[in-house]
Design a binder for this molecule. Structure first.
Ligand code: NAP
Length: 573
């Protein structure tokens, strides 16, 4: 059990704060601003990297680009930030997002309160002092009342344990820890394992310079063209003139994106009309493809029609029938895994220097000194790229030794899967807030929209505690249990359970409990629930003034609720 006595001793190297925030990405930066400048608290950020950016600081792989449209992938809380910043492309590349976050951090004068190159190792709650004691790898120690994790959902890399990996004589990289100086593929035989959103972005760019690229595909994936390109002056003008309306749309649509979901259903129109609609959506490109009919996400028959359209498109692009067959042998409904968008992904398989290897049919057996050995033979490589994803949502939190009341470890509480209330708090961990934690909509949403809501809710909650001299807030076991059930119910009214082998279920990491982690009920619904809880003075939480918040039961959820929520009208573009 952590020793509370440390708190009272003034020790060299110990910083006492009201709030400590872990992570300097979108969430951490805004959380710092809202606690330091809005509430006047003594707050700091600790960040493992040497700069701001979070996900975008680490993910610098070739082709790394955001899938949310740039005009919606911004902070909307500050008018000046919105007016001053101009994105250059429809989908911002990683470097532009890092520039944007640096611009925001400088303008808001945040960097003076960020400790860079400081990786958090442990965070222990001292019950006797009602404080968190946080230690970092570079020897810092913080004592704080509120601890806020802003560690991202996709920041703990997943590198599969293939036998022989250490014997590989070439270079190898994971896309999520890409060297800042870049990697030169020129004249090299490159192998890439993984064809998720990341892999699909990296393949076309690596193929441009590599001597040869071998893509190891385990699960074939849908992808829709991003139709990326420079933003026209007309569009930029439209965005500047419609800020408020766009803000309203992204804050009321279920997924936080600026596109509006159509009211028509797939079988409302005849075959010819439907084909025309799909064709237009394909040409327009982007994640909005799934919004061209209302029922793609909920009705399997409607989804099959959309899936068939995409598979026909792939066959029409890829010239070699064998390769096209492997790419269209998709085992899940469209958008039940995170749907990628791409720039020339399928086209790249028409290049002479690119080979697709089906490692579902012939699995990878080992990594050898010379390359990758599958059941079908050995592929000699100079460079191996792991686009194998992340230990999502729980990994970034469980990488820190977090101990709550009575020294209980988060790792033990979550042994059978993550449990939270609203994705924001865990019973037994007073005053710990987890921005975009498991059980939050986060990854099923345009992230900055989800993040702003979380950060503001946490700010208002802390403000309520401070104003009312309440020493702590902590989710109750019961509310946590009910929220976990609600998260499951929400997933079950979508088609997502048709793809149980996704990272949404933790299925990409061997041994990880199979629990649907994000909240699929939609951002708008989640926002309303959180607001209701705050308005009712935090039911479902135990407050440090001895008041035991009454319980909170999330409203029942059905397909009709999700459809109704999806029918929000806005200026969608
Ligand atoms: P991912 O979706 O988990 O994909 C990982 C890929 O690696 C899959 O193709 C997976 O195959 C394969 N893989 C994993 N272990 C393997 C093994 N042992 N053998 C063979 N193949 C293996 O990871 P990601 O592509 O990095 O994307 C993660 C998430 O990050 C996305 O879903 C998205 O939310 C986010 N992201 C966003 C953007 C953006 O906004 N621009 C870009 C990239 C990523 P299986 O499918 O068979 O497991």
């Amino acid at each position: 059990m952590p020793d509370g006595s440390i708190v009272n001793k003034t020790q060299a190297g110990v910083t006492t704060l009201d709030a400590l925030i872990i992570g300097a990405g979108f969430s951490g930066l805004y959380q710092l601003l809202s606690l330091r400048d809005k509430l006047g608290l003594k707050a700091k950020v600790v960040e493992a990297g040497d700069g701001v950016g979070g996900t975008w600081y680490w993910n610098r792989y070739p082709g790394a680009r955001c899938d949310s449209e740039s005009h919606s992938y911004s902070y909307y809380f500050d008018k000046e930030l919105l007016e001053e910043w101009q994105w250059s492309e429809r989908y911002p590349g990683h470097a532009e997002v890092v520039r944007y976050l640096n611009y925001a951090a400088d303008k808001l004068d945040l960097k003076r309160d960020i400790h860079f190159n400081s990786k958090v190792l442990s965070a222990h709650y001292s019950q006797s002092e009602n404080k968190w004691i946080v230690k970092t790898e570079d020897g810092r120690e913080f004592v704080c009342t509120y601890l806020i994790t802003a560690v991202g959902c996709l920041s703990s890399t997943n590198i599969p344990k293939f036998p022989g990996h250490e014997s590989f004589e070439g270079e190898w990289y994971h896309t999520g820890q890409w060297p800042h100086e870049g990697v030169d593929f020129k004249g090299k035989r490159v192998g890439q394992i993984g064809t998720g959103s990341t892999g699909i972005q990296a393949v076309p760019v690596i193929a441009e310079t590599a001597k040869h690229l071998t893509v190891f595909q385990r699960t074939a994936n849908y992808s829709v063209p991003a139709a990326n390109g420079p933003l026209s002056p007309d569009f930029q003008k439209y965005v500047q003139e419609n800020r408020e309306a766009i803000k309203k749309t992204i804050q009321t649509t279920p997924n936080g994106h600026p596109f509006v979901i159509s009211e028509r259903k797939v079988f409302d129109v005849d075959d010819e009309e439907r084909e025309k609609i799909f064709e237009e959506a394909w040409t327009k490109g982007g994640l909005g493809f799934r919004a061209c009919f209302q029922d793609i996400a909920f009705d399997k028959k409607a989804n099959d029609v959309a899936a068939d359209f995409i598979k026909r498109k792939i066959r029409s692009i890829v010239k070699d029938p064998e390769t096209a067959k492997k790419l269209t042998d998709i085992d899940h409904p469209y958008a039940t895994k995170r749907p990628p968008i791409d720039t020339n992904y399928f086209e790249t398989f028409n290049r002479d220097n690119v080979t697709l290897v089906d490692v579902k049919a012939a699995p990878i057996e080992a990594i050898t000194p010379k390359g990758v050995k599958t059941q079908d033979g050995e592929y000699e490589l100079d460079i191996l790229v792991f686009a194998t994803g992340f230990d999502a949502m729980t990994g970034p939190l469980l990488n820190i030794d977090i101990q709550g009341r009575d020294g209980v470890k988060l790792k033990d509480i979550w042994e059978e899967g993550p449990k939270t209330y609203l994705g924001l708090q865990v019973a037994g961990f007073p005053n710990l807030f987890t921005v975009t934690g498991p059980g939050s909509p986060s990854v099923l949403c345009n992230m900055p929209v989800a993040i702003e809501q979380h950060v503001e809710w946490i700010r208002d909650c802390i403000s309520y505690l401070e104003d009312n001299k309440i020493s702590s807030i902590e989710a109750t076991e019961e509310s946590m249990q009910r929220w976990v059930e609600h998260v499951n119910d929400a997933a079950n009214v979508t088609l997502m359970p048709h793809a149980k082998h996704t990272w949404y279920y933790g299925a990409n990491v061997p041994g990880k409990p199979r629990v649907f982690m994000p909240y699929a009920g939609g951002m708008a619904r989640y926002r309303a629930i959180c607001a209701d809880i705050a308005k009712q003075k935090y039911p479902g939480f135990k407050l440090g003034n001895g008041k035991h918040g009454q319980s909170y039961t999330p409203p029942k959820i059905s397909v009709d609720d999700l459809v109704e929520a999806a029918m929000v009208k806005g200026p969608g573009v």
